[in-house]
Design a protein around this ligand. Sequence first.
Ligand code: AFP
Length: 333
Amino acid sequence: MNHFTKLNDFLASRQGTLKEYNEELSHVLKDLATASKIVNRDICRAGLVDGFIGAQGGQNIQGEEQQKLDVIADNAFISILEKGGAVCGIASEENEDFVAFKNPKSREGNYVVLFDPLDGSSNIDVNVSIGTIFSIYQRVSQKGELSTIEDMLQTGAQQVAAGYVLYGSSTMMVYTAGQGVHGFTLDPNTNDFYLSHQDMKMPEKGRYYAMNEGNVNECDPRIVDYIKYCQSRKNDYDSPYSGRYIGSLVADFHRNLIKGGIYIYPCTKEAPEGRLRLLYECNPLAFISEQAGGLSTDGTQRIMNIKPNKLHERIAFFTGSKSMVEKAMSFLK
Ligand code: AFP
């Protein structure tokens, strides 16, 4: 036993604090937590179970090699959300098209969930932190009907809740429903999430920058200038920032949320539109960053104002502590 509040009790206490914050939304968040516990268990046992480690043998719609655990995690989230009844459809990194749940209960569901079931999957086989990222919207299609593409292609500003689960040295679920950011740690003894990080705030600035610096000569020279600024003694700390890049967006973002820092994935020659996906990577983290006092932009505009044109749309992403993102943007002017 511990003295921390369980996720379910916390969700119950929040109901009604916002028009959108109701029992059905709590249900969706609980289902996401349940699915993440299954995924967490599978990640922890991956090395011991045949069929969990390694490549699946196919590519997802992004042309990226799918890992076995990508598919296992995807199936876990889809099956729990489908059974739950509060969600009428989903879109995920691992599926080319969105999935409209056909059963009558789900058709009555008010929400859609967009997610990356296992972010940072190149880190799975090497036992480095990975995550799940999710975004929740109210449907715009008719209740009782099948969910439509319009449900999925909403701007980030229309998210009712968003979050991530970090499978790290401990497993944490962090979410916002538009009233601050709440962090829960999974207790392996009880398999319950407990409120461990209340009202999380991103420090106004920090000393960490996260970028795949292998790409530094492949991007806009103004980005190179900003990276040189981070590495110089001419920055606001009069000493070089520390470079930290895990290659799992969730883990890099979480460090910056707690310690202060900036994450950058600009357009590169290889990825001229950017690498990260707007709908299930950037939007949810943008919502959390703003709720925590940080900023997220594609270099020209607020991430959450971008009207998506397609499910797997990619964009450039700059997210983190407010003054650091503002400084990076000043290089792009
Ligand atoms: P996956 O979810 O397909 O593994 O992609 C990981 C990711 O979207 C993000 O988590 C990382 O920050 C980024 O890509 C890593 O990309 P690079 O390997 O190009 O640095």
